[in-house]
Design a binder for this molecule. Sequence first.
Ligand code: NAD
Length: 488
Amino acid sequence: MPQRVCQTETEYTRVGSNYVNGAWKREFSHRPLQLIDPDTERPRGTLMCANTDLVGKAVQAATCARDPFAAYSAEDRSSVLEHLVELLLRNSESFAQVISSEIGAPITFARSGQVQAGIAHLRSYRDALSRVPEQLQQNNDPKQRIQYEPVGVAALITPWNWPLNQVILKVGAALAAGCPMVLKPSEYATATATAFAELVAQLDLPKGVFNLVIGDGATGKLLVDHPDVSMISFTGSTETGRFIAQRAALRVARSAMELGGKSANLLFADCDVQTAVRQGVAHCFRNAGQSCNAASRMLVERQIYDRVLDLAVSEANAMNVGKPFEPGTQIGPLVNAKQYARVRSFIDAGKISGARLLAGGSAPPSHLQSGYYVQPTVFADVEPNNDLFQGEIFGPVLTITPFDTEDEAIHLANATQFGLAAYIQTRDMERADRVASRLHAGMVQINGTSRAEGAPFGGVKASGYGRESGIWGIRSFQDVKSISGVGA
Ligand code: NAD
């Protein structure tokens, strides 16, 4: 794979190519979009959005690939995934560099977090394929067969914040399930997606199984509304997810929604306070706060509240905000001007909302002359009716709210429209278990225990209804058919 650290306009423009029916295409693109470097705020190239013709050709190619791909056994698909894992491992440094230059993620985090998460998820699909049956028997009767089948042509629409990981979560699941696909990555993360497509192009797959179209929301909508698309797997904001789910419902197409979050981190007084605050602050500010599952609302038992505030402020002030490629940078720039304005307006509104600003603020860090940089910001005494508490800010902003009882903690944790993740810190394992069951969230992590590889990733309520990773991700790209009357 060529090195894809795109520094010049020519280099960057090259990556905006579409991959359709086994060939790279530019001629059906229209509508230019200017790309801006998040670190320098300088233009870095122009992207051309795919038009109706090209999207139609991509869907047609995927439709034609349906039967040839159906001839691939689970073992064949597993070998394809294994090959892709190998290619990714061989190119992992290139991907870290592209991600860092494209979205501003600190290079060390791009290497250890962004790229590794994607590879782990791909492995989870490969491993699940060898463990799960494609057919079952109902009531142990061989003449009552339950068969899992690929759902058909899948449209995959992804965001920019974990650009390789989000693409892999969908492409890996679709390949594992046997679905041909059209990927439409975020317009802010096309270099990563194009580099990934170059690897997929090297796999032993029928022409048209994998297609890539480049563009913005309007290009995405063309896919969503295409009558030959059987399923839309979407990751992005709740606002866009609502729109796409409605459009899909109009023609009864399947949709899987992985949407926004505002996850609570519950600190009970008996927890290891220092570790809980250190890990909680780091989790909230990771990827400059631009993670769907960021632990962005810290709920703290009143007995330890003041101590937690002091520790959280020290942790925030010690964070190294800097350029993506500088060693030691922990928080890079936000991805674009829109995000930058949004996050700063949340902070400005927060300052006059009754909450207490303890660290950071909307002024840019004094040592950085340009770029979409926001200081790590901490607000205390944030009430549930405050926008800071309710809104997905998607920047390095931590809110802290006190509670007095376990019931109140659970009530506060559940008091937003979202339900993606939740985090519990306590030494009392009975309480941890009890509270975990009562939290309205798709994923609960106790005392910093990460989800196992292949465990389902997804949320409830306005965080969506999709599940990705492992068998859970594969099944969302499959239909279930019941065949009765034949069999040994
Ligand atoms: P977004 O909703 O603006 O865009 C996501 C994708 O949808 C992009 O590819 C965009 O071009 C496309 N799109 C926009 N409008 C469309 C339309 N009308 N029809 C079809 N496609 C359209 O989100 P974003 O800013 O790229 O990503 C940030 C959001 O993603 C956050 O809310 C974050 O929480 C969420 N997210 C969720 C998960 C999860 O697993 N739950 C993971 C990562 C990010």
